[in-house]
Design a binder for this molecule. Structure first.
Ligand SMILES: [Mg+2]
Length: 337
């Protein structure tokens, strides 16, 4: 792969992350309520709905903690030239302080616990020992983007990136699924089925890491989500099946499989993936961030609609999408050799 090809997919992954996050951010906690408020499908960026426990007050097109943390992690990877536990810990604390985490409603339970301990000087190899929610997976996309065609390395680095806040078998398995799928999606000519199968395989490899903790099997539940997404029901009923039978709560073993289901249901089309992520509701922004980061790396930046990119860059002007993509591409090129 030459540098422009690689850059296109890295930038696609970053914008996919932001698109899915921002597009699904206004979703309600149940698909019925999302449909009642926005009509059959969410067809544009909307602001956070009044009364939403985490997103009330956010602007149309604004990303949430998923993308904020992914960028914070990406900055640290670029600075260190690789993924390290201490870098992941610094990234997390930098993010937490930048959003005044102590007073913010949208810090997830594992990240909050870890950040508070890290700020008191705790060892980052211990602060994630109970982190089982989806915060590890929601920010992991940069780790996949720097390992084009090398899902095995993406999995070992996903485990390092999860250690400070999500050092449990289930959380690392979910993060490994996403990082591994993205690593595969970076290779031109990969089919969506190959990307999903790599995700399942990477989720199994991820189970070798982290503390033993309670949690359903991520790889087996990705298989189940793909099956539900491929049934002969109409699209909306397949989305309801994902919500009812897989779930889209903060649990890693729900969100990550649900995101793979949405990816399959949308056939990897980037805007359809964002729309279906909003429709599935629950922790929809995280489902969207994960599904669309994979779809974005698979499609490449050139396939994104210009108006969506314009909105994302304008509303989230604190992020230098192109500069970060450039930095990650340099590392990806080094890792290719
Ligand atoms: Mg979020």
């Amino acid at each position: 792969m030459n540098k422009p090809e690689l850059y296109d997919r890295v930038l696609g992954g970053l914008f996919g992350q932001a698109l899915g996050d921002a597009y699904a951010m206004p979703a309600y906690l149940h698909p019925r309520d999302t449909r009642e408020n926005y009509g059959e499908w969410v067809e544009e960026f909307y602001p956070g709905p009044p009364g939403h426990p985490a997103h009330d007050g956010l602007k149309a097109g604004q990303v949430t903690d998923d993308t904020e943390q992914a960028f914070s992690l990406a900055d640290m990877i670029i600075k260190d030239g690789k993924v390290t536990v201490s870098g992941a810990a610094r990234a997390l604390v930098n993010w937490y302080e930048s959003i005044d985490g102590d007073n913010s409603p949208y810090v997830g339970p594992s990240s909050r616990r870890a950040c508070q301990a890290l700020r008191e000087g705790a060892d980052p190899t211990t602060t994630g020992n109970q982190g089982d929610t989806d915060g590890g997976a929601m920010r992991i996309s940069p780790v996949g983007l720097i390992h084009p065609g090398d899902p095995v390395k993406a999995v070992t680095d996903a485990a390092l990136a999860c250690t400070p806040s999500h050092n449990t078998r289930v959380a690392i398995s979910g993060s490994a699924a996403v990082a591994g799928a993205i690593a595969r999606a970076m290779i031109p000519g990969s089919t969506l089925e190959e990307v999903v199968q790599t995700g399942i395989h990477s989720a199994s490899q991820g189970e070798e890491y982290g503390n033993t903790w309670l949690g359903a099997s991520v790889p087996r539940r990705i298989e189940l989500a793909v099956k539900l997404a491929s049934s002969d029901k109409d699209v909306y009923n397949r989305i309801l099946d994902l919500y009812d039978l897989i779930g889209s709560t903060l649990a890693t073993s729900e969100t990550v499989p649900c995101a793979f289901g949405i990816l399959v249901l949308s056939a990897g089309d980037i805007m359809t993936c964002a729309k279906y992520s909003a429709a599935v509701s629950g922790d929809a922004d995280t489902v969207g961030a994960i599904a669309c980061a994979i779809a974005g790396a698979w499609n490449g930046f050139a396939k994104f609609p210009a108006d969506a990119i314009q909105t994302l860059e304008k509303v989230n002007s604190q992020f230098d999408f192109r500069g970060v993509a450039e930095g990650l591409t340099e590392i990806a090129l080094r890792n290719l050799k």
